[in-house]
Design a protein around this ligand. Structure first.
Ligand code: ADP
Length: 397
């Protein structure tokens, strides 16, 4: 009996041992397989979210507008390249508040209001840190369907260029109005005096009418110059490029201004080497040379000497210059004489019928030819204006 019982017990023990040893091993394998699957799933989620983040970052970085994402605590989550450029940000500002990152209380205030306001449109801000920069901000709070606040997105448009254009336009309109008003009020004054009885005095009325004529001429020149400038600035101007003989054109301009030069006893000398050719629009080139030689006569000294010269400026350009021995201009005016309506001596320019646009026209025409303008002057020792033009290739052969 006992041996049978012992045998049975032994069999049960073996069965138990088999269960204890074998079953957990398969159980563990199953567990391992499950956790392996979970890990793979987690890795794929992480990869997908990293890809999504990279895509989001690439999308934001491709935008011209600056983008700023804030989390629910008002800390910066993301800034794109355009925003970094706008604000001159070089360090990593993620995790910082707007005030810490940009030191702009006005912007920080705007972001603080977003959870309540939800949306801000067309808010204009001048960036104090970066000079003369303007941005327009559109901002929105980010929340889920239940209305819980999750952060905010702010989009910045750079308004600097628009503001500059607006200022230039306003300045231009103010200048033009001023330029038109002066001769018009003089004309009106003389007409009124004539109507008040001066017309009965033949000599006086002739003098007044001559003055009126002078001012109407001035208005005509001004309007012609304004039309030229607006045409040139429109960028739609087509240059009719052809081979221009520099020496010949200079002689033509000198002849056209002969009577003006004679009035002041000024000698205009053409030192341009014969046979020098440039690629230019003939009429526009004449206008450039005419304005420069006319100025040299006008502002140069009585019985002065004006020289027009040219030299090759390798590899492919020719430099033309107009030199006078007049009073020159002070150093602080050198960078400004090419601006519209800038005059060194206002009274002198008006008295000689100047519009203040001659050099601005010169600069535009030369630049439209792909050339550059320059000047050298020493007060009391005259001035030399120069410009470059493309050498005519056919002239080489
Ligand atoms: P304006 O019609 O008044 O002559 P410009 O644009 O031609 O206008 O010239 C701008 C200003 O530059 C002039 O008002 C004058 O003060 C100065 N300027 C130009 N050319 C000369 C020169 N050759 N010598 C001295 N000053 C000059």
């Amino acid at each position: 009996m006992w041996p049978t019982i012992c045998l049975l017990l032994l069999a049960a023990l073996v069965a138990l041992a088999f269960f204890v040893i074998h079953k957990p091993q398969s159980f563990r394998r199953e567990l391992d397989a499950q956790s392996e699957k979970l890990l793979a799933l987690q890795r794929s989620f992480e990869q997908q979210s990293a890809e999504r983040q990279a895509q989001q970052q690439a999308l934001f970085n491709s935008m011209v507008e600056g983008v700023l994402l804030l989390d629910r605590n008002g800390q910066i989550q993301l800034v794109n390249h355009s925003l970094e450029e706008m604000f001159g940000v070089t360090a990593d500002v993620r995790g910082q508040t707007i005030l810490e990152a940009f030191r702009l209380p006005e912007l920080a205030q705007l972001a603080r209001q977003l959870p309540d306001k939800r949306l801000v449109r067309g808010y204009e801000l001048e960036l104090g840190s970066v000079e003369d920069r303007w941005v327009q901000i559109n901002a929105a709070a980010v929340s889920d369907r239940d209305g819980a606040h999750h952060g905010a997105i702010l989009v910045f448009h750079d308004l600097t260029r628009l503001k500059q254009l607006e200022n230039t336009r306003q300045e231009f309109v103010a200048n033009v109005s001023h330029e038109l008003r002066t001769p018009l009020s003089l004309i009106k004054g003389f007409v009124e005096t004539l109507l008040d009885g001066a017309k009965d005095d033949r000599e006086l009325s002739t003098r007044f009418l001559q003055t009126i004529e002078k001012h109407t001429d001035r208005l005509t020149y001004l309007i012609e110059d304004l039309l030229t400038i607006s045409h040139l600035e429109s960028g739609r101007i087509v240059m009719n490029l052809k081979t221009v003989d520099l020496h010949k054109e200079t002689s033509r301009v000198r002849d056209d201004l002969q009577s003006r030069a004679k009035e002041k006893d000024v000698k205009v000398e053409n030192q341009v080497p014969p046979g020098m050719m440039v690629r230019a629009d003939g009429e526009r080139f004449q206008q450039v040379l005419f304005n420069l030689v006319e100025n040299a006569i006008k502002y140069g000294k009585q019985a002065g000497h004006v020289i027009v010269g040219a030299r090759a400026a390798p590899p492919k350009k020719i430099e033309v210059w107009v030199q006078d021995d007049g009073p020159g201009i002070p150093p602080e005016s050198k960078d400004r004489v090419f601006e519209r309506f800038y005059r060194v001596d206002r009274a002198r320019s008006r008295e000689t019928g100047g519009t203040g646009l001659g050099l601005a026209i010169v600069k535009h025409i030369v630049q439209a030819h792909g050339g550059e303008v320059g000047l050298k002057s020493e007060l009391g020792k005259g001035i030399t204006f120069s410009f470059t033009l493309m050498q005519d290739d056919s002239a080489d052969s």
